[in-house]
Design a protein around this ligand. Structure first.
Ligand SMILES: Nc1ncnc2c1ncn2[C@@H]1O[C@H](COP(=O)(O)OP(=O)(O)OP(=O)(O)O)[C@@H](O)[C@H]1O
Ligand SMILES: [Mg+2]
Length: 191
């Protein structure tokens, strides 16, 4: 029996990789949750159809990605859950979707530290966050969706929230605190 499959998604800069690195570095988590890093997988195995030069990104080959991720999930050891990490993970099959959120203002600060990110790219992402783009896409899948507002949270609290959501769903409970729709950042769209 495969364990639970969790899609950990969110606008670039919301902290998905940081959370997963923490899980990988701590044995009490590492032994329970296997991480699939979509960005790394797509680049390492060239699972793309081409490049989007305007956005300076690769265009993922979703059919191949779905198949490859399904294969990897089959290899997840018994007793472990799989966390699929990446801003397109909500398009893959999963039992639940966890969306990491950060206020557009906070996101601009976090992305501003990325040398390779242009002003336009930062604006595109912070506006998408203000408009709830990934949250809406996630809800539209019809799967169970939860969101964590990381704006004023430190890394450990975010990790604990991710684990809390997973473990309560496994027990058949609904972690009400994380049900979507609690943020309103529409006024932080940059005009
Ligand atoms: N809870 C947090 N509070 C403040 N800063 C954070 C928090 N989590 C992550 N960061 C910082 O935000 C930046 C982006 O984090 P990270 O690379 O984990 O985002 P990501 O969601 O994986 O983005 P991408 O989709 O581009 O891979 C990093 O500089 C990280 O240190
Ligand atoms: Mg990342």
């Amino acid at each position: 029996m495969t364990g639970m499959i969790i899609a950990l998604t969110g606008t670039p800069g919301t902290g998905k990789t940081t959370v997963c690195e923490f899980i990988k570095e701590h044995s009490q988590y590492r032994d329970k949750y296997r991480i699939i890093d979509l960005h790394k997988l797509i680049l390492d195995e060239k699972i793309y159809t081409g490049r989007d030069e305007m956005r300076d990104t690769y265009i993922a080959d979703m059919d191949r990605l779905r198949k490859r991720v399904a294969e990897l999930i089959e290899q997840t050891p018994v007793g472990m859950d799989t966390i699929i990490e990446g801003h397109i993970s909500h398009y893959l099959a999963a039992d639940i979707i966890i969306v990491l959120r950060a206020s557009p203002v906070a996101l601009r600060k976090r992305l501003g530290k990325r040398r390779e990110y242009s002003y336009e790219k930062i604006k595109e992402n912070s506006d998408a966050e203000a408009l709830d783009v990934i949250l809406v896409e996630s809800v539209e899948t019809g799967r169970k969706v939860f969101e964590i507002n990381t704006t004023d949270m430190n890394l450990i609290s975010v990790v604990k929230s991710v684990i809390e959501i997973i473990e309560s769903v496994k027990k058949g409970k609904v972690p009400e605190e994380y049900l979507p729709g609690k943020n309103n950042w529409i006024e932080q769209v940059e005009l």
